[in-house]
Design a protein around this ligand. Sequence first.
Ligand code: AMP
Length: 277
Amino acid sequence: MQVFDDISTLQLRLNAWRTKHQKIALVPTMGGLHAGHLSLITLAKKRADKVVVSVFVNPTQFAAHEDLGSYPRTLDADLQQLKACGVDGVFTPTAAQIYPEGKAFERSQFGEKIHLFEMLCGQTRPHFFFGVLQVVRRLFDIVEPDVAVFGRKDFQQLTIIKKFTTGVEIVPGDTVREDSGLAMSTRNQYLSADERKIASQLHAILTQLSSAQLTKTQAEVLLKQHFKLDYLSVLDANTLGEIDTTTTQVAILCAVFLGSTRLIDNIIYKQTGKACS
Ligand code: AMP
């Protein structure tokens, strides 16, 4: 496994692989790796000959009041896990390498589709998806992967990346959970032992809603007993619009605050009621 902290050395290696007609997969991460990230790497290995993982805490997706400064940075442990997984290359750029001109993203270029950036998580984090798309596009420009793998855990993010990407196949990976049902997340490190127990209620309640054991209103009441509710939405999973007669898959999407930690989760299921992930 080679670690690249320099774009030109990385690109030399990528070109050598491409010359041999080897297919390249990219798995973008912000580090603080857990089994969810590793499952995306396993998927990437099935879809390509060489797997590159980027580890970069992207400043443009954090608002000034958010946790950019305290976000877990565990590069040594991350590299050990990536080596054990058989990753071929790890890209660990600095912010100056990713944003040499220090430019903010141009919102105006997205026209009407901007609604996708402003709904759900975009309401509480209006900057977030612009920053995510900015870094993903920059990473795609640098690596030029054939395939890139993203988690369904961040379903709105996945939807936006799919919609605004051409020329790179976007492969979704299922959400990996703790035994308690809590979706794995780097930010789970912020939770105390007591909070972790409470956090598992999030998936339990969404599961009951997806199996019609609870109505949406009942689910909201239960969520509010444990958390500060940010949003609970039931939408068409393909469009993130309202459910209508053309809907084949339903997405239950939720964000809550537990203390100062924000948790998101979702359940995607066929209109027939069968869970997809
Ligand atoms: P992050 O490092 O949090 O930016 O996440 C990097 C990638 O890992 C994103 O595509 C996430 O959707 C994905 N991811 C995060 N948590 C999980 C999880 N529990 N299961 C599967 N994928 C995940």
